[in-house]
Design a protein around this ligand. Sequence first.
Ligand SMILES: Cc1ncc(COP(=O)(O)O)c(C=O)c1O
Length: 364
Amino acid sequence: MAAVSSRLPAFPWDKLEPYKATAAAHADGIVDLSVGTPVDPVPAVIRQALVEAADSPGYPTVWGTPALRDALTGWIARRLGAVDAGHRNVLPVVGSKELVAWLPTQLGLGAGDKVAYPRLAYPTYEVGARLAGAEPVVYDDPTELDPAGLKLLWLNSPSNPTGRVLPKDDLVRIVAWAREHGVLVFSDECYLELGWEAEPVSVLHPDVCGGTYEGVVAVHSLSKRSNLAGYRAAFVAGDEAVLGELLQIRKHGGMMTPAPVQAATVAALGDDAHVGEQRARYAARRAALRTALETHGFRIEHSEASLYLWATRDEPCWDTVAHLAELGILVAPGDFYGEAGERFVRVAFTATDERVEAAVKRLG
Ligand SMILES: Cc1ncc(COP(=O)(O)O)c(C=O)c1O
């Protein structure tokens, strides 16, 4: 049997382990700014909904409860400006990572098909292409790609790792190009509610998609905006033909969001207050870390949105990782996200106020 894992890149986080050990040896403990996992409590309104749905003995449905579909369509209308989206335009997924990793396979892509994603990107876009046996292709500007054989185009704005936001005009141009060439666009917008110096726009906004969802799907996650990474709550929204096909496959595959998580998602999407509170926490941590890094001699590029500062000391990223590890601070090397990141590090501001304060003191 051929090992499927042999198609995949080495799991990069293992390479960080020695630096983690160095940072952990700091007298005042490690400040881990590497992974970007939420650390603040799950908001009470969401926990309550989860608990109230704890008595869920039956199977949930892949498409979700009607209440969940209402919450999804309501949220994309209210928050993204999507017009005329019904239940067929939404589909829950079990956290967005599984969707990213398995989408090319579920779309039936394989040898001879290409999947494109940004030159600097979340590694799972490549993993998804490789799991399907399709060819991964990177881009600087997707409209410069050869559309022959290109089946799936990933956008990611705001970007992980750079925090860059694609302006609306670029989205309009890219969606028009993709439609002209029959390329399906999946836009990963999981940091959309975390814009700091830019207002991210969804591909579902009528100015971008023209009010029709043909060939366009947005991916959203509650992991970051609602501290729900542990719940696995996410969804896709857009082209009903694509979502209908995914629904069939995911029904056969048993890819169901647990019923209590469905209920929690309804509560989370119905409440803007916790999103505002969480944004305020991140804004303060971001400002403190940004100033401290700049004072320490770092240059920050992009980073106008998302949960990361894309920082450089104009040296190889592993030298920067080693330097910060000596200070007890762990960051992600830029080359985890593509060769183009080899002189940058990604600094997540998902640490407690106390840990961020410790990092600021050490950088000072
Ligand atoms: C760009 C991007 N997409 C998707 C994900 C996956 O998020 P989740 O599986 O928690 O929804 C992440 C997580 O960091 C991410 O950075």
